[in-house]
Every structure is written in structure tokens, then in C-alpha cells.
Design a protein around this ligand. Structure first.
Ligand SMILES: Nc1ncnc2c1ncn2[C@@H]1O[C@H](COP(=O)(O)OP(=O)(O)O)[C@@H](O)[C@H]1O
Ligand SMILES: [Mg+2]
Length: 553
């Protein structure tokens, strides 16, 4: 940039020399030398410009890559609570904008301070050398630009945030339309989604237009001011040539320097505005980077050691939102190597019990122990490694069936994967596909039925070979036929393992040796099916409701 600025500056100086050589001394030899020099200067200028662009781009791309990786890392280690506060598309957009912000800020700063600043300094030197009084007048007008720019800062900041929000909105509508395509089509929501998208698109457009307006609206004023200065230079310079014996080279050189300096000065004047544009992104970046990753503040904690796999909740109290407790002093025990069922109405807190066991959240009072070790006192990772969790609908990653099963054990061999699939009662349907284990499951496994997805998830759990199994209504979204298939797979999986199952199907409940009846975040009754039918009032009500449902079904 220094080379570049020197090249620009020397050209203006040389132009003055050419004018004087032709008009005053008629020295053609000098003109020839100057022309040759100018060719060299332009070549050097081109080379330095190339070098600068390459270096700047390299810095830009590396910085962006670095911050992308850093942000993704923070995202991975955030707890589910803080992530679920905003829409996923907003998170994606926020990460995109903030990852690019530092590189954009650096580009702007380097260009402003480096290229424009150095050019202005060099050209000012030529101007001052030619005429110091006039230069003082010209240069004094520069600070005015900065004062003007500062005034727009607060508004620009706000509008930029609005623009980012609107972009997230567009992304959100797009994402929900794609994910909910079936619902959109079935309910004929095309117009509604179109209107929603247009609202966000329009507000993004409006915000961007306002930003452009705010960034450019001083331009007429600045141009008028520059016009006055050019007129002043011409008047004053010509006066000096005609009445005070100055050379024409002085005027031309001065004017060239001014005209060349004038664009960089304007860009310098816009610099604060451009930077204000990037600041919200930078702020978001550091908000994310400054988050303490909750998964990491427990490096020193010991590993969970599972010998038998006995789980005990002791007076556990937990609330998602302050003052709205979901679990009230809940106590329960799941004996080792045995299946324990949790039953209760929807919303009674059953899934929450699993989330606490997986340490997705920490309880506010009470303790949860596995084989006598408080799970809050051992590392999160070790707790999760000992637990295989299966929910209502398994999440499959885009990829092959084999890859999806191998999630349970990343280095599993093809034989291990096939063995797990057999145990999960999934081998048959997989083998029926033309590409068997190499079949692509599509985004979120949409090429498979929910019963097939569920059995792939069970195969994962087999590979993981964890001593503790958590099943959250694993057959809830299945029809009777696939339920039977999945049920057999689950029965295999639970053998000799501590299993907690949130059950809502009659025969699962009947077969469980121990049943806890959960209501309003508490265990009301405990026992097996016959004893509860005799003695448990809540259980009796639940059971009769289930029977009615069963008959309806
Ligand atoms: N992430 C969450 N944020 C706030 N409240 C929640 C959240 N998850 C569940 N809840 C509330 O906690 C209660 C228990 O939920 P849950 O454990 O899922 O019930 P169940 O599995 O028994 O149907 C419900 O009232 C539900 O609204
Ligand atoms: Mg639930």
C-alpha cells in the first residue's frame, strides 16, 4: 500500500514537471524521461496492487474460516436451553453474519487507513509543497466529513440490526416451508407462506435501502463543497500564474493532486459509516464467543463408573422457567438390569426426567445418582456415553444406513453394523433395498418409514452398548404392525440392561415389573400392574382411559 500510494503521488508530481518542461523550457528530452518513468511507475503500481489484493483476500478468507470454526465450536457446546430460545434459522443467519464481520471490518480498516490514508498523506504532501496556504484550506474541510458521519451512527446501527433480523425472517419462512412442505400443501398454505415471505423480504429491502440512504445522503453536500474547493484552486492558481509569476506546472500538479486525493478522502469520510454497518455483526460475534461453553467447564470432573446401573432420583426439583416447577421433589428408583416403566398424563414431566438424566439440564434441588455417584459431580460426556436414548422419532443424518447405524460407535466394522441391525430386527428390510447398507436415507431419513427409522435407531443403541437405556414412547408414532417389529427389537436391547421406559401402550405397561405413576412432577404410586390396579387410584383412572382408547382404536 505504501508503494501504491507513492506511485500515485509521484505521478501527480511528474505531471507538473511535464507541463513546465513543455510550456516553459521546451525540453523534449525531459518529457521523454518522464514518460518512460511513468510506464515504470504504472507497472510497479500494478504489481503492488496485485500483491495487496492477494494478501488482503488471503487474510479475509482465513479470518472468516477461523471465526466460522470458532462459532461452530461454541454452538456445539451450548446447552440446549440457550439454543432453543431463538429460531434455528436466526441462529444460522447470526452465525453467518458474525463470522464475516471481522474480515469485513479489517478490509475496511486496511483500505481506509492503508490505501486511502496513505494516498491522502502523499497527495497532501504534494499539495503542501506546491502551495501551503491553499492546502490548509482544503485539508481543514476533511474533519467535517467525520463529524457528519458520526451523526448517523445510532440510526445506522439500529437499521443494520433490522436488516439482519429481516434476513433471518426470510430464512425462517424458507426453512419452515421446506420442512413443513406436507402441511403447507395439505392445508393449502401457499398464499399464507407467500405473504409471510414477502413481508420479510420487503422489510429486508426497506432496511437495506435505508442503510444505503444513510450511507450516501451526505454525498451532494460533499460534492458541492469539493466543487467550491476546485473553483477556489483554479481561481487562486490562475491568479498566481497571471499576476505573481507562478508556473502552470504548479497549478496542474496541484489540481491533479487535489482531484486524485478527493476520491480517497471521500472514501475515508465514508469509513465511519461503513464500519458502523459492520459493528452489529462484530457485537454478535463477541456475544457468541464470550459464552462460556457449559460442556467444557468440567474438565476436572471424574468419569462416571457404571457397575450395576442403578438409577435413583432423590427429591429432585426442576423448572424450565423460573417459578414454574415441572418436577416437585420427585424421588424414584430404577433397579439395575431391570425395566422400569413411567406412566402419566401428557405434560406430567416424564420426558423431563430423561432430560435431567442425560444432563441436558441440571436440577435445581435434589440429586440424581447412578450407582451412588451424583451425576452432577461427574463429567457430562461420561454420563451420556453410558446411556442410550431413544425418542419417539429417531433423527437420521443425511447419508447411508450404515453411516447412520455407526453413529453408535464411530469405528464399527461392517460386521458389527450388520450384527447390530440383526439384533434390532432391521437387517431384513435393509437387505431388501437394492443397495442394502449403502442406501441413502435422505434428509432426516425421509426415504424410510418411521418404523424403519426407529429400528435403525435401535441398531445404533446396540452398537453403543450402553448399560442404561432410556426409551421415551418409542412406539408412539408407529402403526400396529411396525410397532410389533420395533417392540421385539426393544425387548432384545433391554435384556440385562437398566431400562427406563416412558410407556403408553398397554402391553408394555403390563409387562413391566415396576411402574411409577407420575403426575404433576411427582411419583404418586409405585408397583407392578396387578398391585397398582388394586391400590393405585391415579393408575386406575389412567388404565381405564387407556382401555377406552384401545377399544376406540
Ligand atoms: N423446553 C421447555 N421449556 C419450557 N417448558 C417446557 C420445556 N419442555 C417441557 N416443558 C414443560 O414441562 C412440562 C413437562 O413436560 P414433559 O416432561 O415433556 O411432559 P411429558 O413427557 O410427561 O408429556 C410441560 O408442562 C411442558 O410444557
Ligand atoms: Mg414426553
Amino acid at each position: 500500500m505504501v508503494v501504491l500510494a507513492s506511485c500515485v503521488t509521484s505521478i501527480t508530481y511528474l505531471i507538473g514537471a511535464v507541463i513546465n518542461a513543455t510550456t516553459l523550457s521546451a525540453d523534449f528530452h525531459s518529457v521523454f524521461v518522464v514518460s518512460a518513468t511513468i510506464i515504470i511507475i504504472f507497472l510497479v503500481k500494478g504489481l503492488s496492487q496485485y500483491g495487496q489484493a492477494i494478501l488482503l483476500t488471503r487474510t479475509h478468507t482465513r479470518m472468516t474460516a477461523f471465526y466460522r470454526a470458532a462459532l461452530f465450536d461454541r454452538l456445539l457446546w451450548q446447552d440446549v436451553n440457550s439454543l432453543s430460545r431463538e429460531h434455528s434459522s436466526e441462529t444460522i443467519n447470526r452465525l453467518r453474519v458474525s463470522a464475516e464481520a471481522p474480515a469485513r471490518a479489517l478490509d475496511l480498516t486496511i483500505c481506509a487507513v492503508g490505501r486511502e490514508g496513505l494516498s491522502v498523506i502523499g497527495l497532501s504532501a504534494v499539495m503542501i509543497y506546491r502551495d501551503s496556504a491553499l492546502s490548509a484550506v482544503c485539508l481543514l474541510s476533511v474533519p467535517l466529513l467525520f463529524v457528519l458521519a458520526r451523526k448517523s451512527r445510532a440510526r445506522l446501527d439500529r437499521i443494520t440490526m433490522m436488516s439482519i433480523k429481516a434476513q433471518s425472517g426470510v430464512l425462517q419462512v424458507l426453512q419452515e416451508t421446506l420442512q413443513g412442505m406436507l402441511t403447507v400443501k395439505a392445508f393449502g398454505l401457499e398464499r399464507l407462506m407467500q405473504d409471510r415471505a414477502c413481508r420479510e423480504i420487503d422489510s429486508a429491502r426497506d432496511a437495506d435501502e435505508t442503510i444505503a440512504q444513510l450511507t450516501w445522503h451526505f454525498t451532494p453536500l460533499i460534492e458541492a463543497l469539493s466543487g467550491c474547493l476546485v473553483a477556489l484552486i483554479i481561481l487562486y492558481g490562475s491568479y498566481r500564474i497571471i499576476f505573481a509569476g507562478a508556473t502552470p506546472g504548479d497549478l496542474v500538479s496541484y489540481l491533479t493532486a487535489f482531484l486524485l486525493a478527493y476520491e480517497p478522502i471521500k472514501r475515508l469520510g465514508r469509513f465511519p459509516l461503513d464500519i458502523f454497518n459492520v459493528l452489529p455483526g462484530l457485537r454478535m460475534l463477541y456475544e457468541t464467543l464470550d459464552l462460556v461453553p457449559p460442556g467444557r467447564d468440567e474438565n476436572g470432573k471424574p468419569e462416571l463408573v457404571v457397575t450395576r446401573g442403578r438409577i435413583a432420583f432423590d427429591r429432585v426439583t426442576f423448572a424450565y422457567r423460573q417459578d414454574v416447577p415441572v418436577l416437585h421433589q420427585l424421588s424414584l428408583v430404577a433397579e439395575a438390569a431391570q425395566t422400569t416403566a413411567l406412566v402419566g398424563r401428557s405434560g406430567s414431566g416424564k420426558s423431563t426426567i430423561f432430560k435431567l438424566l442425560l444432563r441436558l439440564h441440571d436440577c435445581q434441588a435434589g440429586t440424581i445418582t447412578i450407582d451412588g455417584q451424583d451425576i452432577a459431580e461427574v463429567s457430562r460426556g461420561s454420563v451420556r456415553r453410558r446411556i442410550a436414548y431413544l425418542g419417539q422419532d429417531a433423527f437420521l443424518f443425511d447419508g447411508t444406513i450404515a453411516e447412520n447405524i455407526a453413529i453408535g460407535k464411530l469405528d464399527a466394522s461392517a460386521e458389527e453394523i450388520a450384527a447390530a441391525a440383526r439384533a434390532a430386527n432391521a437387517h431384513e428390510f435393509i437387505a431388501a433395498f437394492p443397495q442394502d447398507y449403502q442406501t441413502h436415507v435422505g434428509e432426516n431419513g425421509r426415504a424410510l418409514s418411521s418404523g424403519q427409522r426407529q429400528r435403525i435407531a435401535i441398531a445404533r443403541a446396540f452398537l453403543k452398548n450402553a448399560p442404561i437405556i432410556l426409551l421415551d414412547e418409542p412406539t408412539a408414532s408407529l402403526d400396529t404392525i411396525s410397532e410389533r417389529e420395533v417392540q421385539r427389537a426393544i425387548a432384545n436391547l433391554c435384556k440385562h440392561r437398566t431400562t427406563l421406559i416412558i410407556a403408553h401402550r398397554m402391553h408394555t405397561i403390563v409387562e413391566s415389573p415396576v411402574i411409577h405413576v407420575i403426575d404433576d412432577g411427582q411419583v404418586l404410586e409405585t408397583g407392578n400392574h396387578p398391585t397398582l390396579l388394586r391400590g393405585g387410584r391415579t393408575y386406575q383412572t389412567l388404565w381405564s382411559e387407556l382401555q377406552v382408547q384401545h377399544e376406540d382404536g
